[in-house]
Design a protein around this ligand. Structure first.
Ligand code: NAD
Ligand code: GLY
Length: 401
């Protein structure tokens, strides 16, 4: 087994001595079996891999070989691809697969794929035999920096996204950054929007660092377009990518450690709620376009801008900070146009937000880059929200010259 890899390790420390590690690096999938073995009880014999055909076709062999190399008896099951398969029906089929595999309480589910696979596989693991262990092997940027860490699992229902779920923490997370090489551009953009969100809402240094990395990426793309023979590629760039993903995971781990279950009673700047920055308008944008126009992260990109526009209008956020956020979202990648969408329709869709408490939306706003403030929706006038949405959607942000 070629397990002589240089990986970065980020600990997720939870209450009661619980916790797990996130291992990050190019080629880290080779260490999946070892990471699973080290994090599971000694009696673990079986690993049941949940993936989809595309991801399994690309990385299944590597993942299975690593798990077998660590002594697991491995079975696999492929769910349908995309958000529309994130359903109770799919979770039920996943549960049937776990039964057919003869998985016992000491065994584990392994999620190999993006956030959809991770959420469904984690949910099935939470339910099967009232909870078996699961290991996350995320293969999209969004899943690597966000959804694989923190234990939120679940499925969508006809009434909305993620309405049924469970908190079920993984035993280990193995992030192979090399899998991002096959990821379509839009999926990368979606992931980078979430990365910008995490920095903006809770960690100014992370925000600036992410922006610097993305500036380097943009420079590389334009150099390549101009036919330059020398671009920053190769090992140095891989290392930087792993480091930025590790920094993002460390941020998420800190927030999760402090508020694992997103307590209803917490509204402070370190509560897990702040991770919903950009999601209020983001979810509404997805809903009014029937989940067809935007990748989730792209909608969140616009959502962050709308929340920042509200913050500016309430006098909380300096206009120069809003501009810096616009630049960062632009650097994440090109967003689909949204100027044709009607602000009032989006506003109506906001009222269905599942994060509403006591009937009112909780806005996650900014007091500055890296400083969040949770505000009761009743404190924000409807006309302010409408104007902010219009301003955010007016034109996709442009990369700074
Ligand atoms: P996704 O899982 O749908 O993956 C996007 C696409 O990329 C899919 O078509 C997938 O097959 C493909 N893909 C995955 N890895 C690939 C690779 N390496 N190469 C080529 N193609 C690849 O989307 P996503 O953005 O990863 O996840 C979105 C989901 O995550 C949503 O359902 C969202 O609700 C959920 N989410 C959950 C949490 C959480 O805390 N649990 C947080 C954020 C988002
Ligand atoms: N992605 C939001 C959370 O994990 O809480």
């Amino acid at each position: 087994m070629t397990d002589e890899l240089k990986t970065l390790s980020v600990p997720v420390r939870l209450g009661g001595g619980r916790g797990y590690g996130v291992e990050i690096g190019a080629g880290a999938l080779a260490g999946l079996g070892r990471a699973a073995r080290e994090s599971l009880p000694g009696q673990a014999r079986k690993a049941a891999v949940v993936s989809n055909a595309r991801v399994f076709g690309l990385y299944g062999e590597r993942a299975v070989a690593s798990l077998r190399g660590a002594g697991f008896e491995v079975s696999h099951w492929l769910m349908g691809e995309g958000e529309r398969f994130k359903t109770l029906r799919t979770a039920e089929r996943a549960l049937e697969f776990l039964s057919e595999s003869g998985l016992e309480r000491s065994d584990a589910v392994v999620a190999l794929g993006g956030g959809v696979v991770g959420d469904v596989a984690g949910f099935a693991a939470a339910l099967y035999l009232r909870g078996v262990a699961f290991v996350q092997a995320p293969t999209t940027l969004l899943a690597q920096i966000d959804s694989s860490v923190g234990g939120k699992t679940g499925v969508n229902t006809r009434a909305g996204k993620n309405l049924v779920g469970a908190f079920h923490q993984p035993s280990a997370v193995v992030v192979d950054t090399a899998t991002l090489q096959s990821l379509p551009r839009r999926e990368l953009t979606a992931g980078w929007c979430e990365a910008v969100k995490q920095g903006a809402v809770g960690d100014r240094r992370l925000f600036e660092r992410t922006k610097r990395f993305l500036t380097g990426e943009a420079r590389n793309v334009s150099n390549r377009r101009a036919g330059a023979s020398v671009t920053e590629t190769g090992a140095g760039r891989d290392e930087e990518l792993a480091q930025i993903i590790a920094a993002q995971c460390a941020f998420k781990a800190r927030i999760v450690a402090g508020d694992e279950r997103e307590s209803l009673g917490r509204d402070d700047a370190r509560s897990r709620k702040i991770l919903n920055f950009g999601h209020t308008v983001g979810h509404a944008l997805e809903a009014v376009t029937n989940y067809r126009r935007f990748r989730h992260g792209e909608a969140v990109g616009y959502g962050c801008l709308a929340a920042a526009e509200i913050s500016k209008r309430l006098g909380l956020l300096d206009p120069s900070e809003l501009e810096s956020l616009r630049e960062a979202v632009a650097l994440a990648g090109r967003l689909p146009a949204a100027a044709d969408l009607d602000a009032e329709t989006i506003q109506r869709a906001l009222r269905k937000d599942k994060k509403a408490v006591g009937g009112s939306v909780r806005w996650v706003l900014l007091e500055g880059l890296g400083r969040a403030r949770v505000v009761d929706g009743r404190e924000v006038a409807a006309r302010v929200v409408r104007a902010a949405i219009r301003a955010a959607l007016a034109a996709p942000p442009r990369t700074p010259k």
